[in-house]
Design a binder for this molecule. Structure first.
Ligand code: IMP
Length: 189
């Protein structure tokens, strides 16, 4: 089974390969010669996931999927949510996003948050959706060097380490993407 993953994020692809195992071959659009940016202009995770998957489907007419993830912080009424990638501004770095988040939370002890991931899968033209979530809290200082994005400040419930301090294998057991991919992979079993 070959699936195009509508992302340019190598970390996400590696995670998906590990989670889906050898029976699903994940191909990045860049491997197929696509070097542009996949559009992402929706106002919900579902809209964005669908937009990215449809874009790749229309380009390659091959089975594909896209994910969109948001970090929902309770003290910020669910922000940055769908705007997580550009929380500190267009073309900002992950570190700038993390800095802004910590700044916004500096005066609150309410630290609960969750990563929510929505996947849109298109096998034959009709989209299907899968959602996964992991609950946790935002700590006050970044810790760890693994992972990507907001991983250095997110401690999943039941753990005392950030996603960036956990081994990739540990993160992949409980992550939002794992939980969404796990639902998707049931289709192929
Ligand atoms: P997107 O799904 O690639 O649009 O991700 C939106 C934002 O969430 C980006 O800033 C990512 O860095 C962040 N993000 C997505 N997945 C993760 C994750 O597993 N850990 C930390 N940050 C993530």
């Amino acid at each position: 089974m070959e699936l195009i993953f509508a992302t340019g994020n190598v970390h996400k692809c590696d995670e998906a390969r590990t989670i889906l195992g050898p029976s699903v071959s994940i191909i990045m659009p860049s491997t197929l010669g696509f070097s542009g940016k996949v559009p992402e202009t929706g106002t919900t995770l579902k809209e964005n996931a669908l937009q990215k998957a449809v874009f790749i489907w229309e380009k390659f007419r091959a089975p594909c999927f896209a994910d969109d993830t948001g970090l929902e912080v309770d003290a910020l009424n669910g922000a940055p949510g769908v705007y997580s990638a550009r929380y500190a501004g267009e073309a900002c770095s992950p570190l700038e996003n993390v800095k802004k988040l910590l700044h916004q939370l500096q005066n609150t002890s309410v630290r609960t948050a969750r990563f929510r991931c929505v996947i849109a899968l298109i096998l034959d033209g009709q989209p299907e959706f899968f959602e996964g979530m992991v609950e946790g809290k935002i700590i006050r200082e970044p810790k760890g060097t693994g992972g990507f994005g907001y991983d250095p400040v997110f401690v999943p419930d039941g753990y005392d380490k950030t996603f960036a301090q956990l081994m990739a294998t540990e993160k992949n057991l409980i992550s939002h993407r794992k939980r969404a991919l796990e639902k998707m992979v049931l289709l192929f079993r």
